[in-house]
Ligand binder design. Sequence first.
Ligand SMILES: *[C@@H]1O[C@H](CO)[C@@H](O)[C@H](O)[C@H]1NC(C)=O
Ligand SMILES: *[C@@H]1O[C@H](CO)[C@@H](O)[C@H](O)[C@H]1NC(C)=O
Ligand SMILES: *[C@@H]1O[C@H](CO)[C@@H](O)[C@H](O)[C@H]1NC(C)=O
Ligand SMILES: *[C@@H]1O[C@H](CO)[C@@H](O)[C@H](O)[C@H]1NC(C)=O
Ligand SMILES: *[C@@H]1O[C@H](CO)[C@@H](O)[C@H](O)[C@H]1NC(C)=O
Length: 556
Amino acid sequence: MAVTVRVAAGVVLALSALLALAQAEDPYLFFEWKVTYGTKNLLGKPQKVILINGEFPGPRINCSSNNNIVVNVFNQLDQPLLFHWNGIQHRKNSWMDGLLGTNCPIAPNTNFTYKWQPKDQIGTFFYFPIIGMQRAAGGYGAITVVSRLLIPVPFDPPPPESDHVVLIGDWYTKDHEVMARMLDAGRSVGRPEGVLINGKGGPDAAAAPMFTFEAGKTYRFRVCNTGIKASLNFRIQGHDMKLVEMEGSHTVQDMYDSLDVHVGHCLSVLVDADQKPGDYYMVASTRFIHDARSVMAVIRYAGSNTPPSPNVPEPPAGWAWSINQWRSFRWNLTASAARPNPQGSYHYGQINITRTIKLMVSRGHIDGKLKYGFNGVSHRDTETPLKLAEYFNVTDGVFSYNQMGDVPPAVNGPLSVIPNVITAEFRTFIEIIFENPEKSMDSLHLDGYAFFGVGMGPGKWSPELRKTYNLLDAVSRHTIQVYPRSWSAIMLTFDNAGMWNIRSNIWERHYLGEQLYMSVVSPARSLRDEYNMPDNALRCGKVVGLPMPPSYAPAR
Ligand SMILES: *[C@@H]1O[C@H](CO)[C@@H](O)[C@H](O)[C@H]1NC(C)=O
Ligand SMILES: *[C@@H]1O[C@H](CO)[C@@H](O)[C@H](O)[C@H]1NC(C)=O
Ligand SMILES: *[C@@H]1O[C@H](CO)[C@@H](O)[C@H](O)[C@H]1NC(C)=O
Ligand SMILES: *[C@@H]1O[C@H](CO)[C@@H](O)[C@H](O)[C@H]1NC(C)=O
Ligand SMILES: *[C@@H]1O[C@H](CO)[C@@H](O)[C@H](O)[C@H]1NC(C)=O
């Protein structure tokens, strides 16, 4: 496979031979995870949380691009479990995406081994349990992928002294099963009771320094919003932050005094320890919801015994600020990095759009119960995962393709609650518009790809708004927020064969059906484009006991 790596000064090197050589030797990293419930007192009352090897948050997976990651998951919960590797693109390999549309759940007291590669990826991502409302009980952790040695990192020297994960997220003290039952009964889960930072909340988070600075050094913080509902504003008292990376792309390195991090989003900042030695607060606070909550952790300069100033910087107000900040994020086109999909990457603004899909968020009641969806269709999961039904050619009675149109229905009828699977022609370049007519924030995610978030704005989208798109240097990433009563637009080439989820990161919306799957099939049925189902894939529903379908054709 030819992989093009762009290096500074615009030189394009074809490293296919070199990488092919290296591929054979990509190291393996093995993890064994025991997943259990435990009790934690996070916001003043004990509650059940999901632990991985006794840890909350779960262990960090740190690797280099293309490493082979092998995670043997032992499910010791009393419920089915699946881990999803958020932002890992699983090229040719939706078999390892860990969703109910691609995988059979890992039954209690059994295990399953995930094997995946962050192929040509670098950056900051995270994993979490996908089923039900488990995500609200923890079980999440960071995935950090560093560049291979031959590809320099585009930071001014000296390199950061150290690299820290900062997982911030809203938190509820309700049990995740109680939350699921509330949603099943047509109620909302309400507002978060607090915010956690690296698994700590309330006064506990600031009780002891969480990070240490040495004056004169530079530190990298990899920040992800692992919450379920609230956008967060992230800032460090007295220190500016240099944005360097978002979800796998090196950005233009601008300075910010605070950053909005929406649910499911990740970014990296560099922070210079250039202030008077002392203690400083790192703050994450909710945005755009009533009853604002926040959490503070402490950064201590080595040897300091000066407590942090009680003057904590305020978060910005309103969302116009936030949308302007989003517009300031740009991809550093000259930064070197491995990139998936190099063909489609550099001049996306010059590719003709072959199809526009407009996904309008729908909300309605079915039998008195609240449901969310897109274009009048609320997704429901199937006992036989969609991908397995497709692979074994037994979709009859499981799902039908393309029940949802590319545009919202002219008249809002009742929502239909069905498996929502649409098809995209392999390698076509598609524009997707998200419209959120709700009063609350949305945050959308696409599996299997990075896309270009080219535009967003208030009100309804119309074709003239294409004039406002950034067709030059939008950041290639896998999430985009949609502000209340607003739209956001993305573009991408559907060149990764598989069954891929498009979903709201706002977990009650997701749980209530605001998601769909995109089936991308390579007509060549070749191993060049997609892997066969792995031997260890779990079987369930209609595919139990079926003979293995014919293998895809060899790659050449
Ligand atoms: C992450 O892994 C890379 C090598 O793959 C290593 O150089 C780096 O020090 C690791 N970082 C941390 C924080 O463990
Ligand atoms: C379960 O774990 C055992 C022991 O580590 C391993 O040999 C087996 O392959 C695992 N099962 C699956 C389905 O991954
Ligand atoms: C982009 O990356 C290049 C190459 O590493 C670096 O020299 C440059 O400073 C970066 N540009 C900006 C605006 O961040
Ligand atoms: C895009 O469409 C325009 C107008 O239809 C056409 O002239 C042009 O050749 C197309 N470009 C590509 C790259 O297909
Ligand atoms: C799938 O099954 C249908 C009958 O249910 C058959 O007509 C079709 O040829 C099959 N497709 C493949 C690729 O085997």
